[in-house]
Design a protein around this ligand. Sequence first.
Ligand SMILES: [Zn+2]
Length: 345
Amino acid sequence: MQKIIGALVVTAAILTAGVSCGGARNGSATGAGTASTGTAGSVDGATTGSVNGSAPDAAAASVPEFNADSAYVYLKRQVDFGPRVPNSEAHRKTGDMLVAELKRSGAQVHEQRFDATAFDGTVLHSRNIFARFNPEKETARLLLLAHYDTRPWADQDPDESKHKQPIDGANDGASGVAILLETARQLAIKNPGYGIDILFVDAEDYGTDNREDSWAMGAKYFADNMDANGWRPSRAILLDMVGGGNAQFPYEYYSQQAAPELNTQFRQAAGAAGYASYFPQSMGGAVTDDHVKLIEQGVPAIDIIDYDPRQGFNPTWHTVSDNIGNIDKTTLKAVGQSLLQFIYK
Ligand SMILES: [Zn+2]
């Protein structure tokens, strides 16, 4: 667990919530963000990101339309495999699907296999999946990442009898992956002209309370080996829990410490895309998540995560309610369009 920062006010509600998709959750109570969802996130139906260089408004046309329906289908495909717990058939099949989809988008795809020993001694046969767009561009690469494994236990469910059940992980895991798969599809349609990597990390969510190193084992493996592989990015954006209802994405503490400029740039892009209301100008909590492993190796990285210091994570977090019925396509649209705006601006 990262040390508690003095400036942050630790709230009892958050502490009781225990561990996370990351660990330390202590939030400032100073957030000015509202809890309401933005209004701009209408789902676009028909328009996919077709190449269209002829539109009169060149500035507007330069950013492709993020197709939330396509992202939703990518999300559903993951959930339909079942819980993606490491060592399970559903986990393996999901990994294979991700590799196939990324290859279909024309990326250079690497499968990074490793065994990670969990806090309970279980050996997790793990696989990070890493896709490079414009691999010949050696500098100033942007890394986009999300975890694709899901938590084996619904240990935050209000019904204690469900604590040993696995979760569907529609939001916690599948949402971030879905947005990045749709982003990969857009990258294939319209080349941004610089180096972008998409990383699906494994073994994020098998952690336990009070063991900081039990989370984000896939991200750690990637970060520990990225220099040897020549894969160091210049900056990184992590998406985690980006498909829930009433989502809000205030600044995450470690992100703001390590990469304030990147945070500002991303929020400017969200504003330009019309989704500022999802990204309040307030401090959220300090969330131990995959981005911290990159920060520890010197990569400026931010975490776009639905975490409000007063309400904690989305209420479905680590419960059996983290299912596709609680996914809000307008949230996928807001985050996905903001990301495309950032990429193509
Ligand atoms: Zn989680």
